[in-house]
Design a protein around this ligand. Structure first.
Ligand code: ADP
Length: 258
């Protein structure tokens, strides 16, 4: 199954989740195939971040399934989680790489040091090997010259590019990007999206929550529009834009970007 090129790499099926009495995800289903870039758009509070957190194992869900390469990666409840060893959990979590809105770099570590940490601790690489991989990926995001800079010495855009390099250096099967440009000054957004675009061109599989509509339209294989915890529309960008005519929620959401 993992070799079938058109099988979904990420398969989210009927996932529901409530925080107390608030239903945050209602039977959400979506697929991301190998090499696809799928963007999730939708109003604030529609469940986009919670969905990504479920895929990345940061949150449990109540029903449904989340599979990566055919393997269940999420956990349905705390009880299930207890039956898995920490080693299993770490291995499953390593299948996904997540980049957050707030850059989340360790402030006391250099750009290279931030990337090396997971390579050393999770991947068991030697210091020299980790350094080499870190330098490779820093070069890939245009920051070869900043390897020894601390986060405070970098612009927001540069910090986020280090965050992306840190995630891809771990060789995840899928990269999860949660509003990674939302905290940036407008003039720094372009350099970060350019890195995402070039990774996509190299075939990196991605699931991305974004408010950058032009980027979603130009760079996505498919767009998922979430509203009220459910998938309200899904399809290639042209189809989603055409669906506006018949989908009132989508129309009013997109109107904010005009
Ligand atoms: P989005 O990313 O689309 O803005 P979120 O997934 O962040 O939406 O949030 C969906 C809903 O879940 C919101 O109503 C939010 O307040 C609620 N929510 C998110 N995280 C928690 C939590 N840890 N506890 C309680 N409610 C939460």
């Amino acid at each position: 199954m993992s070799d079938a090129s058109n099988a979904a790499l990420l398969d989210v099926r009927d996932v529901s989740k409530a925080f107390g009495t608030v239903e945050v995800l209602r039977a959400v289903s979506l697929e991301v195939k190998r090499g696809e870039v799928v963007t999730i758009i939708g109003p604030s509070g529609s469940g986009k971040t919670t969905l990504l957190r479920c895929v990345n194992f940061l949150e449990s869900y109540d029903s449904g399934s989340i599979r990566i390469d055919g393997k269940e990666v999420g956990y349905r409840d705390a009880g299930t989680r207890q039956h898995r060893s920490e080693r299993d959990l770490a291995a499953m979590r390593a299948e996904t790489g997540m980049v957050f809105q707030s850059f989340n770099l360790f402030p006391h570590l250099t750009a290279a040091g931030n990337i090396m940490l997971g390579l050393r601790k999770v991947r068991g690489k030697s210091e020299a090997e980790a350094r080499q991989i870190a330098e490779h990926w820093l070069g890939r995001v245009g920051l070869a010259h900043k390897a020894d800079s601390l986060p405070a010495e970098l612009s927001g855009g540069q910090q986020q590019r280090v965050g992306i390099a840190r995630a891809v250096a771990m060789e995840p099967k899928i990269l999860l990007l949660d509003e990674i440009t939302s905290a940036l000054d407008p003039e720094l957004v372009g350099e970060v999206l350019a890195v995402v675009r070039s990774l996509a061109e190299d075939g990196m599989t991605m699931l991305m929550v974004t408010h950058e509509m032009a980027f979603a339209r130009d760079a996505s294989s498919r767009i998922v529009f979430m509203a009220d915890g459910g998938v309200s529309a899904v399809g290639p960008p042209a189809e989603i834009l055409a669906a506006e005519a018949s989908n009132e929620r989508l129309r009013s959401f997109l109107a904010r970007f005009r």
